[in-house]
Design a protein around this ligand. Sequence first.
Ligand SMILES: [Zn+2]
Length: 73
Amino acid sequence: MRKVKILGKSWRVVPLRDKSDKAIYYGRTNHLKGKIAINPTTTRQQRLDTMLHETIHVIDGELKIGLTERDVC
Ligand SMILES: [Zn+2]
């Protein structure tokens, strides 16, 4: 498990484990648990892209910016 700091808060970065989630998600962010799950079955480049994507979701959630999924993408 890794940790990253985003806007001064620690977030755990873990592999996405749920089999059905791995079939459809590159990653997921759980704001309540402060956890970012990345699908380990994707390429390294995709995992890096996903980490950036989920980081933007975290910033959006923390600052209540109100970005749409399209904005984040
Ligand atoms: Zn997203």
